[in-house]
Design a protein around this ligand. Sequence first.
Ligand code: ITT
Length: 205
Amino acid sequence: NVVIIATRNQGKVREFAQWFMDRGIDVRSLADYDQLPEIVEDGETFAANALIKAQIIADHLQLPVLADDSGLCVDRLGSDPGVYSARYAGEHASDAENNAKLLRELAEIGATAPSEAGAEEPALLSAAHFVCALALVDPLRGVQLEAEGTCSGYIIAAERGAGGFGYDPLFYMPEHGRTMAELPLTLKNEISHRANALKRFFDLY
Ligand code: ITT
């Protein structure tokens, strides 16, 4: 039993692997294939981009494919970076570069933290939420399933934690007293936007 996920993001792969492993299903990603067609994610929504990725790879491999399009929406930045989350600081930007850009943009609108050396509770610069859109496409039967999940928190001024990926070190959840990057993978996988999308996915599947 295998599911193909149309992603090159190893952080996503780790999280999907845990979800599917629990169900006795192995996960393959685009890293396991050569000579794949180019994917142009030019949709205006997470859902549209998830469909684009799943459709292109499903057509190419002639197998059912699941795709994840996700990102961070920051209230005080008018929901940016949104669908541009992966390339916020430039086309092939690293997570560190994107996180630095996020803090620069917040500083520009005056959202900064007072010096908080030793503070237990970090200053909250803006409310924010993660979004994850999933799409499953079967080349023979077309779109099989779409599901979306979100997760709410706040952006803080300095990174905390080494787990997860992407914007996780800057995404703080007061109810957990930790950033997403400070949670063990199993806990992130219970509460994240991806977890919420996957719960819907398995309800519908
Ligand atoms: P694929 O398209 O190959 O799946 P990608 O990283 O380019 O990989 P997206 O286009 O969906 O994926 O962009 C998602 C970006 O949003 C990702 O690079 C992170 O910066 C951010 N992101 C998504 N999920 C996240 C999570 O669980 N924690 C932190 N940041 C996340």
